[in-house]
Design a protein around this ligand. Structure first.
Ligand SMILES: N[C@@H](CCC(=O)N[C@@H](CS)C(=O)NCC(=O)O)C(=O)O
Length: 255
């Protein structure tokens, strides 16, 4: 049906989802790197692909696909390679449950903490005028609000506390779930593992109060196993910076 181009940032959170799904399926794609910290996602060239100005997006021939989880499902169904969705209806429900939980409830909390501790400060060298110009180009109003808060350190203590609470609760639920079966939603690796891993692979770094071999042995076992997957290693090898360094450091500990 045509060439595949993936518009993505680092293998992390939403960008990492289609990267990993394509890699697991063994599907070749042209990579179009969007430098999120330079705000490439709000430049006209990318807005012509995804007018919402969020990443990732994927084109397959003339078809333009957005929404990372929906893209993963498309990749799983449109291409040969190992199935990333289980056959059993209960397992399928569980895959969808976990993906929804991550996308709607837990993921935004990981993002808020990430924006505050890493992304916001990485823009500190920009002048106020430069930041305002960057904000003015953001198409989605809710994104403009979130970026403003990240850039000017305006997330309230209550918002941050709620995100930390959700992360602790989410880790607790994940630990419980992984005590029941080898992978998040079924006995085999699935889209749910890809989705959850992209936001939790960094838990072993600096979160010893909520995730450690002693506190969360099931998560630790699962992370170690997912880290070893060839498709996961190939995906993070495509990263360019700090995220891949962090992945490599954890990998060294797991080896
Ligand atoms: N629901 C969308 C969310 C995409 C999204 O928020 N992506 C983030 C990166 S993980 C992004 O584009 N951030 C840049 C921005 O909002 O300007 C999806 O799953 O694809």
């Amino acid at each position: 049906m045509g060439e595949i181009t993936l518009y993505h940032w680092e293998p992390n959170a939403n960008s990492g989802k289609p990267m990993l799904a394509l890699e697991e399926k063994g599907v070749a794609y042209a990579s179009h790197y969007i430098n999120m910290l330079q705000f490439d996602q709000h430049q006209p060239e990318y807005l012509a692909v995804n007018p919402q100005g969020t990443i990732p997006a994927m084109t397959h021939g003339d078809l333009v696909l957005t929404e990372s989880t929906a893209i993963m499902e498309y990749v799983d169904e449109a291409f040969d390679g190992p199935a990333l969705m289980p056959a059993d209806p209960q397992d399928r429900w569980r895959v969808r449950w976990w993906m929804k939980f991550m996308d709607q409830w837990l993921g935004p909390s990981f993002s808020m903490i990430g924006w505050c501790t890493f992304i916001g400060p990485s823009l500190a060298s920009k002048t106020e005028e430069e930041r305002e110009a960057m904000l003015a180009r953001i198409p989605l109003p809710e994104r403009r609000v979130a970026w403003r808060k990240a850039m000017f350190a305006e997330f309230s203590e209550a918002e941050l506390a709620e995100s930390r609470r959700r992360i602790s609760k989410g880790v607790e639920l994940l630990e419980e779930e992984l005590g029941k079966r080898p992978f998040v939603a079924s006995n085999a690796y699935s889209l749910a593992d890809i989705n959850i891993f992209n936001s939790t692979y960094m838990l072993p770094v600096g979160n010893a109060d909520i995730c450690s071999p002693e506190l969360t042995p099931n998560i630790w076992r699962w992370l170690r196993e997912v880290y070893q997957r060839p498709a996961v290693q190939r995906t993070w090898a495509k990263g360019t910076g700090r995220f891949t360094d962090r992945f490599t450091a954890v990998m060294r500990d797991f080896a």
